[in-house]
Design a protein around this ligand. Structure first.
Ligand code: GLV
Ligand code: MG
Length: 333
């Protein structure tokens, strides 16, 4: 282990992250009562330019009036990009009018650490001016070549940072990838096997998003953040969603977006912490408690010394398990 200890961000259940357009308030109540862990109310790409102001008002009302906490939900708002003239007003109006109730801002198309710095500065001023006690966290979408290049600095740019998300659609656009789908396999991304005895060759499909996803996992995990896989566009293909989400989970992602309510339960299932992970976390905390009672500082478990990092990880895991238990109760499952 390195001498550098990774500070873990606020632990949150983030298996499923449901996108809800801010211009469609009729979907808000359904999202509140559904089973998604995190809901992001969108002011960015799902909202047409002439609907931006109305959407902002809808979102402020929804953050204030709906009981997100009571339904075991984390509520986030995706603001517009820093290259638009909507963004400053998104931050100012939402913070001033609903900052106390908001859990997270989602910042799209982040290119440099300075983008985070700018939003942090605004949010910090408004929290101080309004006497807001809670701290709004940041979800960051990496979805441009520049964002990927600067992933490490972006991830470390603010103590508000909680998660890095892979925006596969904009990433494809930014890198000029020859595909029009949103996530999922791309038929052209394959190699051919050598001819067999009959002269036939087979296509072996690859995952063209592997590098970007893995890059995001590394930047996130090395800064104590949650890596979250982004959208899968074809909501009538649950098998495709499972395959894409499964490979994200295998790489270390903690959750995946749902661009349709039918994808929420698929994500919840894919990213459930395993019983083994849970058992290990609880065992670490119990061993620590016993050591403290016995007046001992260091603890050994299963023949290994437990360090501060593993205790922090165990605490985060148990906090998430508690959130899951609470949510399960709230949903009456
Ligand atoms: C999400 O914002 C994406 O571009 O995929
Ligand atoms: Mg995008």
């Amino acid at each position: 282990m390195s001498f550098t200890i990774i500070e873990e961000c606020t632990p949150r259940l983030n298996r499923s992250e449901l996108a809800v357009p801010g211009s469609s308030p009729k979907f808000f109540e359904k999202a509140l009562k559904g089973s998604a862990d995190v809901i992001f109310l969108d002011l960015e790409d799902a909202v047409a330019p002439d609907k931006k102001e109305e959407a902002r008002k809808n979102v402020i009302q929804a953050v204030n009036d709906l009981d997100w906490k009571g339904h075991g939900k984390t509520v986030s708002v995706r603001i517009n990009g820093l290259d638009t003239h909507y963004m400053y007003r998104d931050v100012v109006d939402i913070m001033e009018q609903a900052g106390e109730k908001l859990d997270l801002f989602m910042i799209p198309k982040v290119g440099t650490a300075a983008d985070i710095y700018a939003v942090d500065m605004l949010v910090t001023q408004i929290e101080a001016a309004k006497g807001i006690k809670s701290r709004v966290g940041f979800e960051i979408i990496l979805e441009t070549a520049m964002g990927l290049r600067n992933a490490d600095e972006i991830a470390a740019a603010s103590p508000r940072n909680e998660s890095l998300h892979f925006g596969v659609a904009d990433y494809a656009a930014s890198t000029k990838a020859k595909t029009v789908g949103i996530g999922g396999a791309v038929a052209d991304y394959h190699v051919l096997t050598d001819p067999d005895e009959n002269g036939e060759r087979q296509k072996h499909w690859g995952d063209q998003w592997h590098y970007a996803m893995n890059r995001i996992v590394i930047a996130a995990r090395s800064n104590g953040l949650r890596p979250i896989d982004g959208p899968f566009g074809d909501f009538s293909d649950p098998d495709g969603y499972r395959a894409q989400g499964g490979r994200g989970a295998a790489l270390g992602c903690e959750g995946k977006w749902a661009i349709h309510p039918s994808q929420v339960d698929l994500a919840n299932e894919l990213f459930l912490p395993t019983d083994e992970e849970m058992g290990k976390a609880r065992a670490i905390l119990e061993a620590m408690e016993q050591a403290q009672k016995d007046g001992m500082g260091a603890v050994a478990l299963g023949g290994k010394l437990i360090d501060i990092a593993s205790i922090k990880q165990a605490k985060a895991m148990v906090a998430k398990a508690d959130q899951l238990e609470l949510k399960t109760k709230l949903l009456g499952e």
